[in-house]
Design a protein around this ligand. Structure first.
Ligand code: HAM
Length: 438
């Protein structure tokens, strides 16, 4: 059966024009023109992660389906509707990871990282997959940068996690944002609150959106982050989860707030913040970028404490807290910076007979550490210069018959529009000092 299906696809591809082949809906190519911003994000994230003493972990993109069902939760939108799940040839149900916390927890347990060190601070970067309705800032393949702090139950760990996220936004130049925090307490708090919320909303079922009517029975907490104006109006008067916290959780949340205040980090308490994954307890937070044109995708970062997750997955209990940020959303919120030129020098050759000399010169410059482009299509000097300009080369080195005979090259500054002869022997140190002084 499977083979027949493959053949049908192959025939359709052969029959159709190749130009109709497109990336999967909601999954984007990241083109060279966009890459500088991605790299700026990644370098900044790694730098800030190192300052907070987090180490990198890389886990597979594919995991057993059960991992996500048991951690994120059976009743969540992610597990119910959004996972890319398939049965592999070994008849095992596998899923493309929709997030990184569950995989990190699985790897932590599998490799007994807790036995090596009581506290593990781990970060990751990579693609995640959720079959959501694509929109600006919401994709089916998207990238997350995340941090997980396993082994510390202190409110200071929560506050430092928020501080890490805050420093990241600061370093990226995302000035206009709101930090929302809340606490959802213990399992008992949530069970009591769920019941209170149900009792509050049930008599108003008919006024709820169709989606929320379904959520009411399954998971009424999800109604709190509904974007539907009808739901929002009703939720305004709903009970607050903070009134259901036990004494310990209340104190923990108080300490998180005090630590953030001490750190000078502005935050708002948002009692409707519950987040869409089941593993959370105690403090939660989200950061919304307010200036960027992100519409309902303004949540650029989210996280919280998940003290029960490792035990739920069959491991030894360990407290944990963390966050993840959607890189595409961060890039939309980041200001555009001037992009650095791709190359340092372009080698231009005036005559075909000198191509061998130019080839050797190009390689010598690269060995000296410079980023060098050369074009071997036999174009005119003018066309070669146009390409150098397009690549943003600050310098072009021109080799012609006259130059060769005199043991020099013509060095052209494309920024200052000046040119002069430089002896071939002294060219490398001369270029290096010119590039340094740019
Ligand atoms: P999350 O809120 O589901 O949390 O996702 C974190 C961030 O990923 C969101 O704030 C958003 O920026 C981005 N994101 C989510 N879905 C999409 C999408 N379809 N397209 C683009 N960006 C998206 C988690 O994933 C938790 N694992 C966070 C965490 C880590 N909690 C504790 N540790």
């Amino acid at each position: 059966m499977k083979l027949v299906a493959c053949e049908a696809v192959a025939q359709r591809l052969e029959g159709g024009r190749m130009s109709t082949l497109q990336a999967v809906k909601g999954m984007n190519d990241i083109l060279p023109s966009e890459i500088a911003k991605w790299q700026r994000f990644e370098t900044t994230f790694r730098d800030i992660a190192a300052r907070y003493a987090f180490s990198e972990i890389r886990t597979p993109i594919v995991e057993p389906t059960e991992l996500f069902a048991r951690s994120i939760g059976q009743g969540t939108d992610i597990v119910q509707k959004e996972m890319y799940t398939f049965v592999d040839k070994g008849e095992k149900s596998l899923t493309l990871r929709p997030e990184g916390t569950a995989s990190t927890a699985r790897a932590f347990m599998q490799h007994r990282l807790g036995a090596q060190s009581p506290v593990n601070k781990l970060f990751y970067l990579g693609p995640m997959y959720r079959r959501e309705r694509p929109a600006k800032g919401r994709y089916r393949q998207f990238f997350q940068a995340g941090a997980e702090w396993i082994g510390d139950d202190s409110a200071y760990a929560d506050a430092e996690t928020v501080a890490f996220a805050h420093s990241l936004l600061d370093a990226l130049g995302i000035k206009e944002h709101r930090i929302l925090i809340n606490s959802i307490g213990s399992n008992e708090t949530r069970a009591n609150y769920r019941k209170a919320l149900y009792d509050f909303l049930e008599p108003k079922t008919a006024q709820l959106s169709v989606d929320s009517q379904r959520r009411l029975e399954l998971n009424p907490l999800r109604i709190l982050d509904s974007k539907d104006p009808k739901d929002k109006a009703l939720i305004g008067d709903a009970p607050s989860i903070l009134d259901f916290l036990g004494a310990d959780d209340r104190e923990h949340f108080q300490q998180v707030q005090e630590a953030l205040t001490q750190l000078g980090i502005a935050f708002e308490i948002e009692t409707r913040l519950v987040r869409g994954l089941d593993y959370y307890n105690r403090s939660l937070f989200e950061i919304h970028a307010t200036a960027a044109d992100l519409g309902s995708q303004s949540a650029v970062l989210g996280g919280g404490r998940y003290d029960g997750l490792l035990e739920t997955l069959g491991g030894k209990a360990a407290p944990a807290t963390g966050f993840a940020t959607g890189i595409e959303r961060m890039l939309l919120a980041m200001p555009n910076a001037e992009t650095a030129p791709q190359i340092d020098v372009a080698v231009l050759v005036a005559e075909a007979s000198l191509r061998g000399d130019a080839l050797l010169l190009t390689e010598r410059l690269r060995r000296a550490g410079m980023r060098v482009d050369a074009d071997w299509r036999g174009l005119s000097l003018k066309s070669q210069l146009r390409r150098s300009d397009k690549l943003g080369a600050p310098f072009a080195v021109i080799l012609g018959q006259r130059e060769k005979e005199n043991g020099v090259v013509q060095l052209k500054s494309l920024k200052k529009h000046e040119q002069k002869d430089v002896g071939i022997e002294g060219l490398i140190p001369y270029l290096q000092s010119e590039l340094e002084s740019l």
